[in-house]
Structures are given as C-alpha cells and as structure tokens.
Design a protein around this ligand. Structure first.
Ligand code: SAM
Ligand code: SF4
Length: 314
C-alpha cells in the first residue's frame, strides 16, 4: 500500500499517538467505570482483529508512532495476541516506536511473556488499592492476588510496569504513601487519575469520592521533596519526581484542559469511531468506509475520515 500524508490537524499538531480500544468487555466491574449489569455490543459491531490490524497499520503509515491498546480489558479479547504479534512488524520496520497497553492486570500472568515477545516493553496496570477487601469492593469481580501475580509476571518477563490508580476520597486516600512506597520498592512509577463522572452507573452515592490531585500533590509534598518535571506526554498527565526515591509520579486531570497546544493524540473505539479530543464529542466513523472498500486511501469513494471531523486524514 502506498504511503499516505501524515496526520496533521487543523491546528498543525502532528498526531503521533493512537489509543485503541479493542473491546468493550471486561472481567471486572469497577464501580467508577461500569455498572454491575452491563450489556455489551454485539460482536458484528466490533472491529475484527483483521480490521484492527488494517486500521492501526493505516495510522502507522500516517505517522502514528505510539500505539496504546486498551479496552474494556484488552487482554480478555479472544486471540488478542494475534493482533499484538501482527503489530510487531511495524516495530521491526521502525515505523512504530512503541506498542503498549493499559490493563487491569488480571490476565498478565498468562500473557506477559507473549507480550514481551511481540515487542511490548511497557505496560500500565490499574491498581487502586493494596487491600484485598477494598480491591474486591472497588472492582466488584476482581481478585487482588491475581493482579499482583500478573504484575510480578510482567516484571519477570522484562516489561516495565507503571501503576495507574484512580484517586478516590475516603477510599485510597489513606493508602497514598503505602501505594507510593510499594511502587518505589518495585521500581515502578505511579500515576494518579482524577475520577471522572461516568453518567448513570447506579453509583450516585460514590460521586462524592472526588479527590483533587492538587490536594494529593500537597500531601506528597508534606513528606517528600517534589520536583515538577517539564516532560509532557502529549496528553493530560503532568509529572513530578520524588527526590528521595527517584520515583516519577504522574498526575492526570482529565477534566482540566490545559494541555491542548501540545496534544498529539487521538482515540479509536472498538467499533471504529475516531475521537479527536478527550473533551469533545466530535468523532468520525471509520468502520463504514473500512468495510466499504479494501482500499485504505479512498475507501467508499470519499474521505474516510468523514465530514464530522476536522482531522486531515488518509
Ligand atoms: N481495563 C483496563 C484498565 O482498567 O486498566 C483498561 C481500560 S480502563 C477504562 C483505563 C483506565 O481508565 C484505568 O486506569 C481506569 O482506572 C481508568 N478509569 C476508568 N473509569 C474511570 C473514571 N470514571 N475516572 C477516572 N479514571 C477511570
Ligand atoms: Fe473499567 Fe478497566 Fe475496571 Fe474494566 S478493569 S471495569 S475497563 S476500569
């Protein structure tokens, strides 16, 4: 297939980062993310593994250098290793600089070695608490021991692990320093995410769990010397270094839009919708043109990115 024009948005920002959801399903039911009785999409709505390959490969040709695979829970998608292994060719060619994933860790013990073989070098594992009972409470269906085994397996396989924790007032607030120390002891960075309201999950009683990361940072500063790091990942994360441990702490405030000028990322849903911005509903359906034609350059005779997006695409 021919080389296509790079993805440059109307603000002249190069899009080099694509986050791809490969499934809407999950083996957990975290209270801030899903309701207990979720109904999931029919299979035909989802991009097949071949379609995901075609889509991601097109983005890589257009200049995406970093692919982050997510879900739902990416590792519960059947045969997902086929997709990871398929992406290895883009790492080998040098077009793709990083292939990574965000996971709840439940399947890592099973897949860590395969992921490493496919060229994955870093994983983000979501872990909000180190207390088994609280873990069961927040994930509803998860078991802490399984996730801890997964993290250990990932490190043994040579994957660098970063922990993501949703900051929840009155829940893991008391564990701030335990989580930090636990990660430091295992040479893992740690990122806190401010909780986002997720609509009707039947958890109205939990919506008062918002814990400002400004407050969290101030708590860390009471105990440690913090240095603000200038590095930006192109997304909503800011970083500080704890001088005493050398650890990097990320602070993600998804609702604070103060990073737009440096944003380099777009997001693809498991049904092939491309979202250009975390804070906007503007999206383009890429599945219809993908299914309408085998030609990535001009699928369906029109602009595959469609009319609803501002991105200048293939
Ligand atoms: N299942 C995988 C996992 O949990 O890591 C990947 C998908 S999950 C949706 C990606 C990240 O979003 C996780 O770190 C999770 O904690 C976070 N997340 C989910 N719901 C959230 C919410 N309401 N507010 C903030 N972060 C949330
Ligand atoms: Fe959501 Fe991830 Fe929790 Fe699953 S593990 S419910 S996708 S946050």
């Amino acid at each position: 297939m021919t080389q296509t024009a790079p993805l440059i948005d109307p603000f002249r920002r190069a899009i080099s980062y694509l986050r791809v959801s490969v499934t809407d399903r999950c083996d957990f039911r975290c209270v801030y993310c899903m309701s207990e009785n979720m109904s999931f999409l029919p299979k035909k709505e989802l991009l097949t593994l071949e379609e995901l390959d075609r889509m991601c490969s097109a983005f890589v040709r257009m200049g995406v250098e970093k692919l982050r695979i997510t879900g739902g829970e990416p590792l519960v998608r059947r045969d997902i290793m086929t997709f990871f292994r398929a992406m290895t060719r883009h790492l080998d060619s040098g077009a793709l600089k990083e292939l990574t994933l965000t996971t709840n860790g439940s399947q890592l013990a099973k897949f860590a070695g395969d992921l490493h073989d496919a060229g994955v070098r870093r994983v983000n594992v979501s872990l909000d608490t180190l207390d088994a009972d609280k873990f069961a409470q927040i994930t509803r269906w998860g078991r802490l021991a399984q996730v801890l085994d997964g993290i250990e397996a990932a490190q043994k396989a040579g994957l660098r692990v970063k922990i993501n924790a949703v900051a929840l007032k009155g829940f893991n607030e008391v564990e701030l320093f335990d989580l930090q120390a636990w990660c430091a002891a295992r040479d893992m960075d740690l990122t806190f995410i401010e909780v986002m309201p997720m609509g009707d999950l039947g958890n109205e009683d939990r919506l008062d769990q918002y814990w400002s990361l400004k407050d969290l940072r101030a708590r860390l500063a009471e105990r440690f010397t913090l240095t603000d790091l200038n590095e930006r990942s192109g997304g909503p994360a800011r970083y500080v270094r704890i001088e005493e441990t050398g650890q990097k702490i990320g602070l993600i405030t998804p609702l604070t839009h103060n990073f737009c000028e440096s944003c380099n990322r777009v997001r693809l849903t498991c049904t092939g919708e491309l979202y250009m911005c975390l804070g906007q509903e503007d999206m383009a359906d890429l599945r219809a043109p993908l299914r309408a034609s085998n030609d990535d350059a001009r699928a369906g005779g029109g602009d595959p990115v469609g009319h609803r997006t501002q991105a200048q695409g293939p």
